[in-house]
Design a protein. Structure first.
Length: 153
């Protein structure tokens, strides 16, 4: 598994190991056998707002943004059950928003950053939360994956 981790700030380097472990946990939990390559960048709210506007046409910041390289569901199904490496896409996490949300939800920053990373990774793997049923499945998966690594509320 490969995580390409981009950060201008050395304090964020601790998340690289955690995120790599969460990739393992997610793939194991889902029974996927391929080797994903994921680009992750921790950014500020200003940069996140620009990206959110550019890619989603929403002129405000958000906590996590996933940009999948693979669009077709049939192709994704073939890849996740293969043994080869594949570049899934990019995950952007706003550190400022993560800090605010950790405080608001009264849990650790580590938990919030991990939650946002797994959320973004699941989006890259084809999960979504556009409907109530999709939301239930996706958020339940996130909690189970985090708990499997001892990351609790």
């Amino acid at each position: 598994m490969k995580l390409t981790f981009f950060s201008q700030n050395e304090q964020f380097e601790e998340y690289e190991k955690i995120f790599n472990d969460l990739i393992d946990a997610t793939l194991s939990f889902l029974g996927y056998t391929f080797n994903p390559i994921v680009n992750v960048e921790i950014i500020d709210d200003i940069d996140m707002k620009e990206l959110n506007n550019e890619y989603r046409h929403i002129d405000r910041t958000t906590d996590v943004l996933s940009l999948a390289y693979l669009e077709q569901e049939a192709d994704r199904e073939e890849i996740v059950h293969s043994a080869r490496a594949y570049i899934l896409g990019d995950i952007y996490i706003s550190f400022e928003t993560a800090q605010r949300q950790a405080e608001e939800y009264r849990h650790s920053l580590l938990r919030e950053m991990s939650f946002l990373f797994v959320h973004g990774l699941l989006h890259l793997l084809g999960f979504d939360h556009q409907t109530e049923e999709q939301s239930k499945i996706m958020f339940q998966l996130q909690e189970q994956i985090l708990e499997s690594r001892g990351i609790k509320r």
